[in-house]
Write a protein that binds this ligand. Structure first.
Ligand SMILES: *Cc1c(COP(=O)(O)O)cnc(C)c1O
Length: 400
């Protein structure tokens, strides 16, 4: 691996960190699009399998391009070890299933990404794992749920789509006292804005599909944690069950990381501007953005995050008003994806959260008029122009 100064800041680490240059001296990271590797001798193969020499064996276990991505993500996160996966869901699933067994207990915040919610609510109980959901913002609820010994706590902060904040330090303390490891899905904050390990989290998971690629091209995921946990708990699971990422996708994600600080900084600045515009607009009943003075957990958000993130959620009062606005947009596209260079908007109640039952949706605050906007890299003035003309067509929302 290239020797780098120890003091590099994130922007520099994201361009250089983890690079392993081959003997050809290539400038950019090489794409090792290979499934297998060859040995100089039968003895070397034997020694590799005994773990006596370091040699790549098979791309399901490890691959040089994938390893460069893992090393770069470790440097950014401040984690000891990382395993990249084919999707964000493969990362969440591997982090949970590698650690859990029948008879164990999981406590999770209710406001989880849809597929994470399905794993906890539906899949884990099939294997005899008890699962409990709590309101992530309610520390008393966490304390009550964690009175019973627990093995895993899973949380997402800020949450999707209501941008609710979980107090990571407080929840990690409660979880550790209960015997649990804490897994944080850090997609909305990105590895730049929030470092869950500093608040006591044990494992951080990402969908690299979102801001890390950031240009809407490939799926990818990552699990980060201590060397011991990754090697002893996660690695046997991923090695043998095969959620490996394609080296090609890993290579694209390495290129995505190079521009992560530029993109996330620009999108966060634009998101705050758009959030302030929406909050002042008469047709918008309510605007959620972590750094707005009106966000009930603003102080906690500012403590845990260095900026508010790239998502803004707002309420137009009714499904009709939301649909009318979405259908008039000319620059912003309707899509359930997020973290793209193109701004994307979705109506959670009829898309991403359609399968969540109505009572549960109500508990989450996902009412019929709620829309979630992922801010891309367009000029914020053009986004505001597009929202302005589209809101003209929306019905007048009830004042909040
Ligand atoms: C997208 C997303 C996931 C799942 O990632 P995929 O790459 O789509 O599998 C998990 N958690 C959050 C918060 C997400 O936004």
């Amino acid at each position: 691996m290239t020797k780098l100064p120890k003091t590099l800041r994130p922007a520099s680490l994201l361009v250089h960190g983890g690079t392993m240059r081959s003997n050809f001296g290539e400038t950019t990271e090489a794409l090792f699009l290979t499934s297998g590797f060859v040995y100089d001798s039968a003895e070397q193969a034997e020694q590799t399998f005994l773990g006596e020499v370091e040699h790549f064996q098979y791309s399901r276990f490890g691959n040089p391009t994938v390893q460069m991505l893992e090393s770069r993500l470790c440097l950014l996160e401040g984690a000891e070890a990382c395993r990249a996966t084919a999707t964000g869901m493969a990362a969440v699933n591997a982090a949970l299933l590698s650690h859990l067994k029948t008879g164990d207990r999981v406590v999770a915040s209710r406001a989880l990404f849809g597929s994470c919610y399905w794993i906890v609510s539906t899949l884990l109980p099939r294997y005899g794992i008890e699962t409990v959901f709590v309101d992530g913002a309610d520390l008393d609820a966490w304390a009550e749920a964690l009175k019973t010994p627990t093995q895993v706590v899973l949380l997402e902060t800020p949450s999707n789509p209501m941008l609710e904040i979980v107090d990571m330090k407080a929840v990690c303390d409660l979880a550790h006292a209960s015997g649990a490891i804490v897994v944080v899905d850090n997609v909305f904050a990105t590895p730049l804005l929030q470092k869950p390990l500093e608040y006591g989290a044990d494992v951080v998971v990402y969908s690299c599909t979102k801001h890390i690629d950031g240009q809407g091209r490939v799926l990818g995921g990552a699990v980060l944690g201590s060397k011991k946990w990754i090697e002893e708990v996660l690695q046997p699971f991923t090695r043998n069950t095969g959620p490996a990422i394609s080296p090609f996708n890993a290579w694209l994600l390495l290129k995505g990381l190079e521009t992560l600080t530029l993109r996330v900084d620009a999108s966060c600045r634009a998101a705050e501007q758009v959030a302030r515009f929406l909050e002042a607009h008469p047709k918008v009943a309510r605007t959620c953005y972590p750094t707005l003075e009106s966000h009930p957990q603003r102080e906690l958000a500012m403590r845990q995050m260095s900026a508010g993130g790239t998502l803004v959620t707002f309420d137009l009062g009714s499904k009709e008003a939301a649909f009318a606005m979405l259908n008039r947009l000319a620059l912003i596209s309707i899509s359930n994806n997020l973290g793209d260079s193109k701004s994307l908007i979705t109506h959670p109640a009829t898309t991403t959260h359609m399968r969540v039952d109505a009572a549960e949706r109500a508990k989450l605050g996902i009412t019929a008029g709620v829309v979630r906007l992922s801010i891309g890299l367009e000029d914020p003035a053009d986004l505001i122009d597009d929202l302005t003309q589209a809101l003209e067509g929306a019905l007048g929302a009830v004042a909040a």
